[in-house]
Design a binder for this molecule. Structure first.
Ligand SMILES: Cc1cc2nc3c(=O)[nH]c(=O)nc-3n(C[C@H](O)[C@H](O)[C@H](O)COP(=O)(O)OP(=O)(O)OC[C@H]3O[C@@H](n4cnc5c(N)ncnc54)[C@H](O)[C@@H]3O)c2cc1C
Length: 421
């Protein structure tokens, strides 16, 4: 039975359903976001929303996985907006945040998969593969949306403690042989390319870590799918490297450099998760707000009851504050790129960890509370709110769970005291 056949009957008042359109959601979203962004960013936002409404949304099919939508995003150069690429002038973390917000409003699962292929996979290639024609070709493939990228860090026994990974890299004159098991690889079962971290010596992971790009065609790769009920349209897998031979031209970080890349890459990853968490929150809030204004109980729209409008107002205030700080993080990210000095690297790592934690937790709270304040309809697939809630749960664990973000922030806090001595 296909997923579509399992989708339920529409019981929402058709008059209400007709009014809660993505176009209307964007209209309200823009009112909040405009004061926080520049004229140039507004121009980008409008173009992007127009593209989403005309080119992407008509093709969104909740009975199918999200990957058929990648080439459409690629056509508009919307697989990522962090690094300058192709046509257009709108690149940087703030544009990426806007892209993540808008894509999440249209389809939160699509954005989750896009972030991994378009941003987390490509960012290290942008940073470290400029002079490598092979890497440039891989970038082109993935940013067109025709090919899919994934990232393999987590292992069955190494999750939060990812650095002490067990996946082995054995160096030969022309290639590196990788053997090991990675898990939770988002997009893995569909991927053409896999960024994999592996070590030459498991007792010295920091000194011996590589970062490599494996290709599906190399052979020796198996990618069965995990069951992750929260995001049925995104394929997340186990990735088995059964002695995969990776040629030298596919090395992104030589032995020992992989460790640096692993940590610098996480800053961009957490940055864009902030955008996705905010997008999921805006989708939930505005959908709920519109529904509550149209839904009548006891003779009045439910939003007219303070027991509904007051908690909604509080959530709107929290979301607006989180959006401002998220965009501020986007501005600060430039320092990380332009001044890769240790003091800025640490500052950005801390900022992105802290804000990722705050926004992902908030997105879950908002998605849950907004759903509750709409009643039963928000638990059905007649609205996108339950999808948003499910994706919000994933946002907090990807890029490192809550405690690991806390650990990173607490380490910097401890250093502050040590600096005083
Ligand atoms: C849907 C989904 C998609 C994902 N996508 C990817 C992907 O594309 N690529 C990839 O490589 N990984 C991916 N991950 C993996 C994700 O990054 C890990 O799940 C995460 O880092 C946590 O690791 P773990 O699951 O092994 O949990 P564990 O490390 O076992 O942690 C379990 C719990 O213990 C806590 N904990 C662990 N150590 C400490 C400590 N020292 N102090 C305090 N608390 C601690 C954690 O915070 C957590 O709450 C994905 C995960 C999910 C669920």
């Amino acid at each position: 039975m296909s997923y579509k056949e399992e989708l339920g009957v529409q019981i929402i008042d058709p008059e209400i359903k007709k009014k809660i359109t993505t176009k209307a959601i964007f209209k309200i979203f823009n009112k909040f976001i405009y004061p926080l962004i520049s004229e140039e960013e507004r121009e980008f936002l409008l173009e992007l929303e127009d593209f989403m409404l005309k080119e992407v949304e008509p093709l969104v099919d909740f009975s199918k996985d999200v990957y058929g939508l990648f080439p459409i995003l690629g056509k508009g150069n919307y697989m990522q907006r962090l690094n300058p690429y192709g046509e257009g002038k709108h690149f940087g973390m703030r544009f990426e945040l806007l892209l993540a917000m808008v894509t999440s409003i249209v389809d939160p699962e699509l954005d989750l998969a896009r972030v991994v292929s378009g941003l987390i996979f490509t960012n290290p290639l942008f940073q470290h593969g400029k002079d490598n024609p092979k890497i440039q070709q891989i970038l082109k493939d993935v940013l067109s949306g025709e090919k899919v990228g994934s990232i393999c860090i987590t292992e069955p026994t190494q999750g939060s403690d990812a650095v002490n990974m067990k996946t082995l890299a054995v160096e030969h004159p022309d290639y590196i042989t990788v053997t090991g098991e990675k898990v939770f690889t988002t997009n893995g079962p569909k991927a053409d390319y896999f960024i994999v971290y592996a070590v030459a010596d498991v007792d010295q992971p920091r000194k011996t870590m590589y970062q490599l790009v494996a290709e599906r065609t190399f052979g020796g790769l198996e990618t069965p799918r995990l069951g992750i009920p929260a995001v049925p349209r995104v394929h997340i897998g186990q990735t088995l490297f059964n002695g995969v031979n990776i040629p030298r031209e596919n090395i992104v970080a030589e032995q020992g450099k992989g460790y640096e890349h692993l940590f610098s890459g996480l800053v961009a990853e957490r940055g864009t998760i902030v955008g996705s968490s905010l997008g999921v929150s805006w989708l939930s809030m505005i959908t709920a707000f519109m529904y509550q204004n149209y839904r009548v109980q006891f003779g009045k729209p439910i939003f007219s009851y303070e027991a509904v409008s007051f908690p909604m107002s509080e959530l709107f205030s929290e979301l607006l504050a989180a959006t401002s700080i998220g965009l501020h993080m986007g501005t600060e990210y430039r320092k990380f790129v332009e001044h890769p000095e240790p003091k800025f690297t640490r500052y950005n790592a801390t900022l992105s960890s802290g804000i990722k934690t705050v926004t992902s937790q908030l997105s879950h709270k908002i998605a849950y509370e907004a759903q509750h304040l709409c009643g039963g309809i928000a638990y059905t697939d007649n609205l996108k709110m339950d999808r948003a809630l499910n994706v919000s749960r994933i946002q907090e664990v990807i890029g490192g769970s809550r405690n690991i973000q806390r650990f990173l922030v607490s380490r910097v806090l401890k250093d502050l005291m040590n600096d005083l001595d």
